[in-house]
Design a protein around this ligand. Sequence first.
Ligand code: FE2
Ligand code: FE2
Length: 323
Amino acid sequence: MADEYMPLPIAELGAGDLAEFDIYMRRGDRYILYRKMSTPITSDNIGALKKNHVSDLWVAPEDLEKYQQFINKKLEKVVDDETISIEEKCEKTLDLSSTIAKWIFDQDFSSDVLNATENIMQSVVKLMFQDRRAAHQLALQSRLFHEFHTHAIHVCVFGLALTHRLLGENKEKLIREIGPGFFFHDIGMLSLPREILERRGRLTQEEMQRIRNHPKIGAEILSNLNLSTDAMKIVLQHHERGDGSGYPFGLREKQISVYARICSLAETFDALNTQQSYRVRHPTFDSLKIIKKEFLDHVGWDLFENFATLFYSPKPNAVIKVG
Ligand SMILES: [Fe+2]
Ligand SMILES: [Fe+2]
């Protein structure tokens, strides 16, 4: 369990929210009680915080479980909220999912983690089935800065949208069998020192080898979570390439799972389209052009075309291919 205070973004608070935990403000290194548990938050409170440019409140480490339930419930409600627009739903879903993802990657890997992950999948998939504009909106609103937990969410959103469009998989399969593979695809990276991951200069042979091993390490980390075979293939094969030049096994063509291929497209796009500490982001259209030039042989036209159309607004009567 994390032993630090957790941020509670103001953007995620609504008037009438009743938290079952104390909420703190941060002043320098100190945390000062702001709201006692079960004291409702009013719109005036939120207005005053925003006026004072406070972007986060804080929750003590001993209340993490309650905090987690609070965020989970909010995420569940957003999708069914008929008072907000699809744009707002997508924005809130991305915000809340990112907060949950950040928590997940701070934990030891137990079944709690899987429940929290499933909650993210449920919301994203439900939104996509509820409104045909959702996949497009979620893709457009993905964040501009590359962080481990937002990368996991982006790959999930792109991957689930593509799997649904291209293969027409049903909700249950997307949520339980495929989604967790996208979400955890890079979990093996967490075992590598940050210094290696952010190095601008050349890596030694040994460091390179460690990076090329992250799919296998990821599969080991996840081995006691009982993920589906398809999800494990995503984790193990997302760096394989059709011509055999990928890693860790050098698989070819049909040896590579279609879901892993979807993941490699989604994650390469996200790496290009987000700003990293060592380089600026490529705009969306440029990222798609690079993928088309360098990846088309690996992913195929059908997959690429379906992916590219995520970024263009669907026509009112357009038929979305799901079979
Ligand atoms: Fe990876
Ligand atoms: Fe990745």
